[in-house]
Design a protein around this ligand. Structure first.
Ligand code: PLP
Length: 355
């Protein structure tokens, strides 16, 4: 089981501390003011100045020629797969990839592609695993046309792909004639944690996108980037899927605000995640994967409780956390959480486990 929905809110105390996901942040007052002031136009006709400005910023940030604004990260992944692949093709991706486990089967349902799952620690795979999964080209084999990676790898623990490893797998894919795609839902978390520029991380990738609704705190929006030719082709799928917008600049203004004000502060989320990881790791029966970014994965096997039970007991104390497996929990830090919330979470869970 992966990412079960939160329990029903009735008969439970209010949520005091929300560690469920960085998607649960609310737009700040200043972000809402930026949205209110946005200049807008018809995006479908290329006339929304705020969306155009956001796309230019994102193309420059990722070192690509062009960019496209979409409502969600899921739509970025699906538009990219539809653009890179044809029905019957295969996408090579980690076995825990969001496209495989959390998009409702969209690659199969919409693009008619299958996914070849790759294994490896931390949501990553190495050159050997990738090479072993490549089928000799023949009329029997499915055409393997796309390699996808996640930066950071969500189910892998929010771990950052090292630059050399990214370059290595991208080179192997390109040498086979495959395209490469980076799911950069939390790309800026990787950038802030490693100090490596987004454009360097995206260098070997034909498409890359960033989500604005995770730690960046916007209410909606993600931007897909690539060559001018790729974005041109992708526009047909945006149109087909009903993703072409009108006065979407209202939302893009929140994304521009996030680029200006919510990137550097991700370091604070990472510090909170480390604090939480250290505190929880010291509690009886909990094993914590040392966080590199804002995701903290906790194994509770040795407590004798399931993740579900522990999450329910925490929820009864007003703390919301997500269940990511039978004994696997995930806590996610973000801009609506303070250091005091982190201390409180450690204290509450400590009481539950000791009492
Ligand atoms: C959240 C997420 C997505 C999907 O983004 P949405 O904006 O929620 O549609 C895709 N990939 C990864 C790794 C994610 O964490």
């Amino acid at each position: 089981m992966v990412h079960a929905p939160p329990p029903p809110a009735h008969s439970l105390p209010p949520i005091r501390i929300n560690l469920y996901s960085d998607t649960q942040t609310k737009p700040t007052r200043a972000m809402r003011e930026a949205m209110m002031a946005a200049e807008v136009g018809d995006e479908q006709s290329g006339l929304d100045p705020t969306i155009n400005a956001l796309c230019e910023r994102m193309a420059a940030l990722t070192g690509k020629e062009a960019a496209m604004f979409l409502p969600s990260g899921t739509m970025c992944n699906e538009v990219a797969i539809l653009t890179h692949c044809r029905p019957g093709d295969a996408v090579l991706a980690h076995e825990t990839a969001h496209i495989l486990i959390a998009e409702g089967g969209a690659p199969g349902a919409l693009a008619g592609v299958q996914i070849t799952p790759l294994r490896g620690a931390d949501g990553q795979f190495d050159a050997g695993t990738l090479t072993d999964a490549i089928l000799p080209r023949s009329r029997y084999a499915m055409p393997q046309t796309l390699l996808a990676v996640e930066q950071t790898a969500n189910l892998g623990g929010g771990v950052v792909w090292p630059l050399a490893k990214l370059a290595e797998v991208a080179d192997i894919a390109h040498a086979q004639g495959m395209a490469t795609h980076m799911d950069g839902a939390r790309l800026m978390n990787a950038v802030v944690a490693s100090g490596v520029a987004a454009a360097d991380m995206a260098k070997g990738f034909d498409s890359v996108w960033l989500d604005f609704t995770k730690g960046l705190g916007a209410p909606l929006g993600a931007v897909l980037c690539g060559s001018a030719r790729f974005i041109d082709d992708a526009w047909r799928w945006k149109q087909r899927l009903g993703g072409a917008l009108r006065q979407g600049g209202i939302s893009a203004a929140a994304c521009l605000y996030a680029l200006d004000h919510h990137i550097d502060r991700l370091a604070e989320d990472h510090a909170h995640a480390r604090l939480l990881g250290e505190g929880l790791g010291a509690l009886p029966g909990l094993r914590v994967q040392a966080p590199q970014t804002n995701l903290v994965y906790i194994d509770c096997r040795e407590t004798g409780s399931t993740a579900e039970t522990l999450a329910q007991r925490l929820r009864a104390e007003g703390v919301l956390i997500s269940v990511m497996g039978r004994t696997r929990l995930r806590a996610c830090t973000h801009l609506d959480l303070s250091a005091a919330d982190i201390e409180e979470t450690i204290a509450v869970l400590g009481r539950l486990l000791r009492g």
